[in-house]
Design a protein around this ligand. Structure first.
Ligand SMILES: [Zn+2]
Length: 189
């Protein structure tokens, strides 16, 4: 995979899927693949867990710990450039947690140290920028999206209910990209 060197620059905004899990009576965003909850009102900072913590106690592994993200590692907070790729995580990994109430799609702001990859970014710092709550789960089951949206207001960013879920998002993202191409053509660059 082609990667660029980590760099400090203006925040990038990518796409992500989050699990919505119950935690002490509240609903929180949680990463799909890693056991990481996203605290409302607080930036999320990445840690490198490669190699896993249990190996760090072995002296010959210790020197491999580093600041996340590293070009030569897989650490950092992930976001994709394209909505479709993030939407793949609306399904699967269901064996991981019992407390999952829903899955939501969103835009996420990334900053600090950011590694760009072919399909997205891995960053040292992140915070949700916009949360889209589908009215249905990937398996077709209806969710009380109003309740979920109300609870996720704790993040202080726009929370939007999307009727029809990913299909609607897909249609909308195509419209947006066409509109963007249209603008670029009009400007002649
Ligand atoms: Zn790492």
């Amino acid at each position: 995979m082609k990667v660029a060197a980590p760099d400090f620059f203006e925040p990038a905004v990518g796409w992500r899927t989050w699990l919505v899990v119950e935690d002490a009576g509240c609903l929180l965003l949680r990463s799909v693949v890693f056991k990481i909850s996203w605290p409302p009102g607080q930036e999320l900072a990445a840690d490198c867990e490669h190699p896993p913590r249990r190996l760090l106690s072995r002296p010959w592994h210790r020197k491999r710990a580093h600041e996340a993200p590293s070009v030569n590692c897989e650490c950092g907070i992930y976001a994709t450039k394209n909505m479709e790729r993030a939407a793949r995580y609306l399904d699967g990994y269901d064996h991981l947690l019992k407390r999952v109430r829903h899955r939501v799609l969103g835009r996420v702001r990334l900053w600090g140290s950011v590694v760009e990859t072919e399909f997205g970014w891995r960053a040292s710092h992140a915070y949700p920028a916009h949360i889209y709550v589908p009215t249905h789960r990937a398996n077709g089951r209806r969710v009380n999206a109003d309740d979920v949206a109300l609870e996720l207001a704790s993040y202080g960013v726009p929370v939007e209910i999307v009727r029809g879920g990913v299909e609607t998002m897909r249609a909308r993202s195509h419209e947006t990209s066409h509109a963007r191409h249209g603008t670029r053509d009009a400007r002649g660059d």
